[in-house]
Design a protein around this ligand. Structure first.
Ligand code: GRF
Length: 208
């Protein structure tokens, strides 16, 4: 398979973005990040991208002059990048419908809960809700993005045990460590052509 071209969308610290970069640098992943799209000026993800010489498209609501213009700028940058896969790595905006349609089955998102439980909300809300519900196991999910929030077909999940001493922060940290492993792994599956989607379900089939 050829090198997978990625656009990553992120709004926050960017540790998942960094995990993808590190996997590429370590040659565990045959991919190239063409572009980082962010809606938050000077966020950690943007700083990490600049350090790694990756182009950044910053479209804040304010600088764009409104939601419509923000989505237009974002959509144009994403479409023109000619990426194979869009990766939402802590992106706190719902993508415009046109982008979801244009990249059907080629957009993935990472969410810090075992979906379909505790969908919606940004970190640490899902982890907080999981803790409040008294779950004994939590984790993270990588799924395909559809129009419905956090409801697309599940590609991979990783679990962590919840202990009686856990706080929201300790649980979020432990889940984040798993996120950093599973997200590059899923991108690798796509790059290897191992991801098959049928009837709204994902099967991973190592064709080697
Ligand atoms: C992660 O917990 C991710 O699952 C969620 O937002 C957080 C982003 O963390 N969607 P980071 O910006 O990658 O460090």
């Amino acid at each position: 398979m050829s090198t997978m071209r990625l656009t990553v969308l992120a709004s926050g610290n960017g540790s998942n973005f960094q995990a993808i970069l590190d996997a590429i640098d370590a040659e565990e992943l045959d991919a190239e990040i063409l572009l980082l799209v962010t809606n938050t000026a000077n966020c950690g993800a943007a700083r990490r991208a600049i350090k790694a010489n990756i182009p950044v498209c910053t479209c804040t609501l304010k600088s764009s002059g409104g939601r419509t213009q923000q989505f237009e700028t974002m959509s144009k940058a994403i479409t023109e990048s000619k990426s194979d896969l869009l990766v939402l790595a802590g992106f706190n905006l719902i993508l415009p419908k046109q982008i979801v349609a244009h990249f059907e089955n080629r957009i993935i998102n990472i969410h810090p809960s075992l979906l379909p439980s505790f969908s919606g909300g940004m970190s640490p809300q899902p982890q907080k809700s999981a803790l409040e519900a008294g779950v004994k196991v939590s984790g993270c999910t990588v799924h395909l993005v559809t129009e419905e929030l956090d409801a697309g077909p599940i590609i991979a999940q990783r679990t962590v045990e919840v202990t009686p001493c856990d706080t929201v922060d300790s649980l979020a940290d432990r889940i984040l460590k798993e996120e950093h492993l599973v997200l590059p792994e899923v991108i690798k599956w796509f790059s290897e052509g191992w991801v098959f989607i049928s009837d709204g379900r994902v099967t991973i089939c190592n064709t080697e």
